[in-house]
Design a protein around this ligand. Structure first.
Ligand code: SAM
Length: 325
């Protein structure tokens, strides 16, 4: 327990998916004036340095947010007439769309995500990456509330210190409590409008069952809340079962749902020329929402099409987007 530190993974492809969906969802919920309560059941440290030791060691952001911030991702490839005087084959190659680039404006959901990350780097560059607590706080209005759960002793301390700098007073509560066990106490919130983000580390396989218990209990207490669950797509039965069981839960409760997944590479274990087995790292992840905004699917379709191209690490890259209810 507690070997997971989000600082190693901040800004990776899973964060790109999760935070793009979070921002689009929140933007819709904030269109209504009535106060919103956001419950982040697994908050992390809040802010991360992409030029620090953790992110530098893992290099995961390089294949996530840093690819999107790199100017080449939004550049159109040179038109034939712009190409220098090259032999025909060279011209053809010059005009072809380089791997990992798109020749269209970014989808609004991706643009919204990048604008928000850039707001944390006002002098340009990409040193700082906001985790979910800071993404949410950046978007909330003064009358909205944010409840943050974090159990890791070091990350909880860092989160406390980061949040203290916001001087947000009673708008934000940081709780060193078990998010699985305690988050339902905020359901329903007084304003009867809430978004719960459930983003555990899945360090223990019991986490999958605990997610289901938490969402099931929360739905019982507050059936009209919006619930967003991130999960890793890995070769483990519990990981495959989770979205299926969330879908059953939503359907039985008569609630709408949305399921988005993003794959960036094959999940196959590779054998190196020296015969060593090399695990590929996280190949894919998903977001499952209950009571999603009705606009979300239309926003995510073009965004996922572009993310698939921009974040592809091999030709297994892909996405899925389903909804029901
Ligand atoms: N939501 C964050 C974001 O998007 O920036 C990332 C969260 S990270 C994936 C999961 C966090 O949950 C870790 O910081 C871990 O220490 C914390 N954690 C693990 N078990 C927990 C529990 N039972 N209750 C609250 N936090 C927990």
């Amino acid at each position: 327990m507690f070997s997971y530190r989000h600082a190693f993974h901040a800004g990776n492809h899973a964060d790109v998916l999760k935070h793009t969906v979070l921002i689009a969802t929140l933007a819709h919920l904030l269109e209504k004036e009535a106060a919103l309560t956001v419950v982040d059941t697994h908050a992390g440290a809040g802010l991360y340095r992409l030029d620090g030791d953790y992110a530098g060691t893992s290099g995961e952001a390089a294949d996530g947010i840093l690819r999107l911030l790199a100017p080449k991702t939004t550049q159109k490839p040179a038109a034939m007439s712009d190409a220098p005087d090259l032999p025909a084959q060279g011209r053809a190659r010059k005009a072809a769309k380089p791997a990992g680039t798109i020749d269209a404006p970014l989808a609004p959901a991706i643009q919204g995500y990048l604008d928000l990350v850039r707001a944390f780097n006002p002098n340009g560059g990409s040193r700082v990456y906001p985790g979910s607590p800071f993404i949410v706080h950046h978007m909330l209005r003064d009358h909205d509330k944010l409840k943050l759960f974090e159990l890791h002793p070091t990350d909880a301390r860092t989160l406390d210190a980061n949040i203290a700098q916001l001087e947000a007073g009673r708008q934000i509560a940081v709780l060193r409590e078990d998010g699985f066990g305690s988050a339902t106490k905020f359901m329903p919130p007084p304003s009867r409008r809430a978004l719960m983000l459930c983003d555990p580390s899945y360090e223990m396989k019991t986490d999958y069952g605990r997610v289901l218990d938490l969402i099931g209990e929360s739905l019982k207490r507050f059936a009209t809340g919006t619930y967003a669950v991130w999960y890793p797509i890995i070769p483990r039965p519990e990981a495959h079962d989770l979205p299926r069981r969330l879908k059953t839960m939503a359907t039985k409760a008569g609630k709408s749902w949305l399921h988005a997944t993003l794959t960036v590479k094959s999940s196959k274990v590779l054998t190196t020329p020296t015969g060593d087995q090399k695990r590929p790292g996280l190949p894919a992840s998903g977001m499952f929402l209950i009571n999603p905004p009705y606009t979300l699917k239309g926003q995510l379709q073009p965004a996922l099409e572009q993310l698939k191209t921009l974040l592809a690490q091999d030709r297994n890259a892909g996405f899925t987007l389903d909804s029901g209810g």
